[in-house]
Design a protein around this ligand. Structure first.
Ligand code: URA
Ligand code: URA
Length: 237
């Protein structure tokens, strides 16, 4: 709107506005105390509009802190939060830290991790282009499967990590990760090989690299699954 710059112009503009309002049926103004109080309240400084800012991975890590939410805390050396690109298009979710991961505080660095690294490289990606984490952040004793209670205690943090990163695809490694993400009890053999949905993100379950170390003939299946992720991410073979 153009602003009038003299008193004359201002009065002229005001008159014009009043005439216009009269044409629309306006016959006067409510100058009651109540109305004046209402109008006065409009002069208060506008409340700061709170724009929903998305939290970062650092905040999720800070909230975990020195986590004691489940019994796995008692046996851990290091909590293994996860690592990789904070805006990765692809997130690998494993089950939980093993011996080497507990020692180092980093996900997938033991024998299974080395195989996962080779799978990532076969996809023409590197570990720092993807994000790698686990369903539970602390090592279960003797590498047993995490219990539903332990998964439940850690789930909000996995969910927040995924909400921060918002990848295009998640590769769920093994039955524990696939079942936790997809909230099903179906066997991994029935889940793998096709995309499922986790909150609008495509999830490809596949066999766990530890399972591949014991059953190398299943690598072919994993390669088929991984190629589907590559196609989704438009990575040429
Ligand atoms: N197995 C997992 O599931 N996660 C790791 O980080 C390492 C081994
Ligand atoms: N069982 C699992 O838990 N994971 C696999 O990858 C295969 C069998």
């Amino acid at each position: 709107m153009e602003l009038p710059d003299t008193l004359d112009d201002t009065l002229c503009a005001l008159r014009h506005a009043l005439v216009q309002m009269a044409r629309w049926g306006c016959r006067g103004f409510d100058c009651s105390d109540r109305t004046r109080r209402t109008l006065a309240s409009w002069d208060r400084p506008p409340e700061v509009v709170s724009v929903q800012r998305r939290e970062g991975l650092g905040e999720v890590r800070d909230d975990l802190g020195d986590c004691r939410r489940c019994i796995l805390a008692a046996g851990r050396t290091h909590l293994v939060f996860g690592e990789g690109h904070p805006q990765a298009e692809l997130v690998f979710v494993g089950e939980g830290p093993g011996f080497e991961e507990d020692r180092s505080g980093r996900p997938f660095v033991g024998p299974a991790g080395q195989l996962l690294t080779r799978i990532i490289e076969a996809m023409h990606l590197s570990r720092d282009q993807v994000y790698i984490c686990n369903v539970v952040k602390c090592r279960p004793p003797e590498n047993r499967n995490p219990s539903p209670e332990e998964i439940g205690a850690c789930r909000p943090f996995l969910e927040r990590q995924l909400a921060c990163i918002r990848p295009k695809a998640i590769c769920a490694l093994g039955a524990v990760a696939a079942r936790a993400l997809l909230e099903t009890n179906a066997p991994i053999s029935a889940l793998r090989g096709r995309f499922h949905d986790y909150r609008g993100i495509k999830v490809m379950p596949t066999f766990h690299p530890s399972y591949l170390l014991r059953n190398p003939d299943q690598k072919r299946e994993v390669w088929e699954d991984v190629k589907k992720i590559m196609a989704l991410l438009r990575i040429p073979l």
